[in-house]
Design a protein around this ligand. Sequence first.
Ligand SMILES: [Fe+2]
Length: 261
Amino acid sequence: MNDARRISVLHITDLHLFAEQGRELLGVVTDASLEAVLDLALAEATPDALLVTGDVTQEGDAGAYQRASDIVAQRFSGPSLWLPGNHDLGTAMQAAGPGMDRLELGDWLIVAIDTHVDGEVSGHIDAAEFECLEGLLTRAKAPHVLVCGHHPPVPVGTSWLDTQVIDNAAQLLAMLERHERVCGYLFGHIHQAFEAMHGRLRIIASPSTCFQFEAGSEQFAVSGLSPGYRWLNLRADGSIETTVHRVERIRVQPIRRKRGY
Ligand SMILES: [Fe+2]
């Protein structure tokens, strides 16, 4: 294996930015937390690409997308892939236009899929999105593919979040399994680190850049874990080496309550 051909990717997710600077959500100032995550990660290494898997904003306003885009652009000038989450609004995000929906880097194609429906919490993939993904996977020349979306395709063991799995995930997973170039699916939404296998597919989620949900909790709960991010090394043989890092200096107060946010 030629490790010089590996692609280094930084994954950040669930930024929950507001249009106004300095706003707090569940005890975390979301823009300051994003800045701290990027500053720490980019001091460690410069990635070949940045992946941002949804909930870029909390309320879907244009100003918040601009702020997210500016915060990233001030620190990283390489290629980035952005996709929407349940807190985003498709049209506003498209108009703001941060980043690309696919990246070709060395031996890897990285593809974004849209699993969000405006105003809905749960994930769904519409027919047009499936058709587009099928076309991309069929035409892919890169030997390896990583697919990215916002919502989980499998239960993650946190029961209140497991009601929000992509409702037609079986169709997605069958498509990804059929195309042997696909090595994994990377997502956000669950505000916690997660890794599993589905057949040969790596199923991977990363911590949020702001607050984290308590893993294994039956009802809404914010854990005391700090904001985080994930490094992925995409290797020339199709394997993925990955680690999660956190901004330990940002302390978060755990929260338990019946309703979400
Ligand atoms: Fe989120």
